[in-house]
Design a protein around this ligand. Structure first.
Ligand code: PAZ
Length: 344
């Protein structure tokens, strides 16, 4: 493949060479086939497709891995964001019948590239750690005397559960969601490239939404010990290499026509907007969403080359179960629409 941008990373090697250093996952061929079939089906039906990445990547410290470095992400952002483009059409049609055509176009098919065991669309509503607090285990009731198990749902939770089930079944029936799992940085990079290349034929009708927290450092294959690092040898000295920035390659080559949305996470607010702008200037993609770890559920900065707006969630909205992703996706769908309908 001929990757034009960026030609070199900070270490002076080409990005393509660097990707070759990340060994492909065992299931790459099979997963690629699934992705291409999914894209084919929705491309033929003129659907828009979004690739959503979610969760953190793991970087092994041993070949037979016991220990690894992890990147923090619960998958809340990605899994919530994946639901909205799928459902936007249903909800929006009810309130905006006059704009049917516009909102019909907003019914995206979603390739959800996520870290194993982080939150996934719809099923996340049954995870007690999420804000809405439905728990699968609380649904099952054990009768201690008979030993039988019944299913009881708290009356107050039925409307929410029914809505989630309805939405989930509709998405399943229409085969609008393809989930692809990753664990390591290697898996992530190869699957992301496969998904980005698969959606190329859609041109501007494709979107890539990069909410995953991706490691900046890794231990190269040649430096990985085969077996578990032994504490008897004393504290290990581990030399990490910088992961080449694939965003430029993604936006300029793998899916060069797609609408690419990246995220910038910081803990120091004085760096946030400047670093988001730098990313936009460097990789020449469409949008950077900047967020601080501490208030990422309630505040996001949406930054483009021409525009900077802040999306916030009020305390009452948060308590009422509203999610910032709903506002974010509504905003991005409008931006994507403008992008898809323009030629420059
Ligand atoms: O997964 P989550 O909801 O707990 O957190 C979301 C997030 C902070 C990982 C995401 O909004 C984000 O900023 N992702 C990019 C992280 C990065 O800069 O690598």
């Amino acid at each position: 493949m001929n990757c034009n941008y960026p030609q070199t990373n900070d270490l002076g090697a080409s990005t393509e060479d660097e990707l070759a250093e990340f060994s492909p996952p065992k299931l790459l061929h099979e997963t690629k086939n699934k992705i291409f079939q999914f894209v084919d089906k929705h491309y033929t039906n003129n659907k828009r497709i979004v690739v959503v990445t979610s969760g953190g990547t793991a970087v092994p410290l041993e070949n037979k891995t016991v220990r690894f470095i992890d990147n923090f992400s619960t998958g809340t952002r990605g899994s919530a964001a994946a639901e909205y483009p799928l459902l936007y059409i249903i909800r929006s049609l009810i309130s905006y019948l006059a704009c049917t055509r516009y909102f019909l176009q907003a019914g995206y098919a979603v390739i959800f590239l996520h870290r194993v065991k982080t939150l996934i669309p719809f099923r996340r509503h049954l995870d007690k750690n999420n804000s809405k607090g439905l728990s699968l285990l609380d649904i099952f009731q054990l009768n201690p005397s008979s030993g039988s198990v019944s299913i009881t749902v708290d009356q107050s939770q039925i409307p929410q559960l029914a809505q989630v089930l309805k939405d989930y079944q509709s998405v399943q029936r229409r085969q609008m969601l393809l989930c692809v799992e990753f664990v390591t940085l290697c898996d992530y990079l190869h699957y992301l490239r496969a998904a980005a290349e698969a959606i190329q034929p859609l041109g501007r009708a494709a979107m890539i939404f990069l909410a995953a927290a991706v490691s900046d450092f890794y231990v190269p294959g040649y430096a990985l010990p085969e077996h578990k690092i032994q504490s008897a040898h004393g504290p290990p000295v581990i030399h990490l290499r910088q992961v080449p920035k694939m965003l430029g390659c993604l936006a300029q080559e793998w899916a060069k026509k797609a609408f690419v949305v990246s995220f910038k996470l910081e803990t120091d607010h004085s760096l946030l907007v400047r670093k988001a702008r730098e990313a936009l200037d460097k990789y020449k993609h469409q949008v950077v969403i900047a967020n601080l770890l501490e208030n990422r559920r309630t505040k996001l900065e949406v930054i483009t080359s021409q525009d900077h707006c802040t999306l916030t969630l009020m305390k009452e909205e948060l308590e009422g179960g509203k999610e910032l992703e709903e506002k974010l996706i509504a905003d991005l769908v409008v931006r994507h629409n403008q992008f898809a309908n323009s030629d420059t």
